[in-house]
Design a protein around this ligand. Structure first.
Ligand code: PMP
Length: 319
């Protein structure tokens, strides 16, 4: 399934080894495992021209791919929504089970024990013009590397976030549950956060409900119970979010309810935390000028403790 095109040879064995090491990670593109410097796609790929494609961010713990099955299901569902299954004579180039093997191949090729995978399906090489069906075959790219989203001390101290002025794209225009290659709505809200001196922004729906952050889902704790807005407010159906609702809260003996949250609910919460594949679980201690808690609160700490126990434990959930 994969051919390895070696990097150009350096003059000595030691230099060659150093050059090989510098030219990492190895990136899998459409059946070839390529050194970083050679991992390139066409300028006519509609992923580049129009943000036409979808992606996943996936964690690897102890060499196992966390929730691998859920990520594969989500990206194939999104590829379907983008009509990618109508390309290539109606057959996506890889089955879900082949995709799983490719992800593991990439993790092993890069010697990753704890790390992060970026999986992309792009519309593929085509012509100028919007028609997606002029791109004969979608492209698949797998990058397995390291990630560190927030500094370690932030997990103990909590983070400050702002409320973005820019609302989340309304579901009727482009459903935020479609994890597409066009993240401009999120990126421009992220710039609002960066300009305010922090790293995340809460995004509201047009009718004023709390949806999610630019790259994380959001939960609150009030009176010892956990609440989060339902998916129909308009947000990504986060895999970490589902893990918190279905597995961590029951395991921690904490009640979790989906309820449409207004920003006042969040500002008046006892604790607030965010979830995401890269972020895992992280406390929010200040929103704009409002202090929520001093440091990570007890319920967040309990849920994060359970999460860390599972991902450092003997059986990493792969589905
Ligand atoms: N919302 C958005 C907009 C995201 O991009 C992400 C992923 N970074 C999340 C929520 C969290 O989703 P997951 O737990 O599946 O990573």
């Amino acid at each position: 399934m994969t051919t390895l095109r070696p990097a150009p040879k350096a003059s000595t064995g030691a230099q060659a080894a150093a050059a090989d090491q510098a030219d990492r990670p190895l990136v899998w593109i459409d059946g070839s495992m390529l050194p970083r410097s050679q991992a390139k796609i066409s300028v006519f790929d509609h992923g580049l021209l129009y943000g036409d494609g979808c992606f996943e961010g996936i964690r690897v713990y102890k060499g196992r791919i966390f929730k691998c099955g859920s990520h594969i299901e989500r990206i194939y569902r999104n590829a379907e929504r983008l009509h990618m299954m109508r390309q290539n004579g109606g057959k996506f180039p890889y089955t879900k089970s082949e995709m799983r093997d490719i992800l593991y191949e990439c993790v092993r090729a890069n010697g990753i024990s704890d790390g992060y995978i970026r999986l992309l399906f792009t519309r593929g090489d085509g012509s100028l013009g919007l028609n997606p069906f002029k791109c004969p075959v979608p492209s698949v790219i797998v990058i397995a590397d390291q990630i560190s989203l927030y500094p370690p001390e932030m997990y103990r101290d909590g983070m400050r976030v702002v409320v973005a002025k820019r609302p989340r794209t309304p579901t009727v225009c482009l459903d935020p549950s479609l994890k597409s290659l066009n993240y401009l709505n999120n990126i421009l809200a992220k710039v609002e956060a960066i300009d305010a001196g922090c790293l995340e922004a809460i995004m509201l729906s047009l009718d004023g409900y709390v949806g999610e952050c630019t790259g994380d889902n959001l939960f609150i704790i009030k009176g010892g119970e956990v609440f989060t807005s339902p998916l129909d407010v308009g947000m990504l159906d986060g895999i970490t979010r589902a893990f918190v609702i279905r597995e961590l809260c029951p395991a921690a003996g904490v009640k979790c309810t989906e309820k449409r949250l207004k920003i006042q609910d969040v500002l008046g919460a006892d604790e607030v935390f965010l979830t995401g594949t890269a972020a895992e679980i992280i406390a929010v201690t200040q929103i704009d000028e409002t202090r929520i808690s001093s440091g990570e609160g007890p319920v967040t700490a309990r849920l994060r403790g359970k999460f860390r126990d599972i991902v450092t434990g003997p059986s990493i959930p792969e589905n």
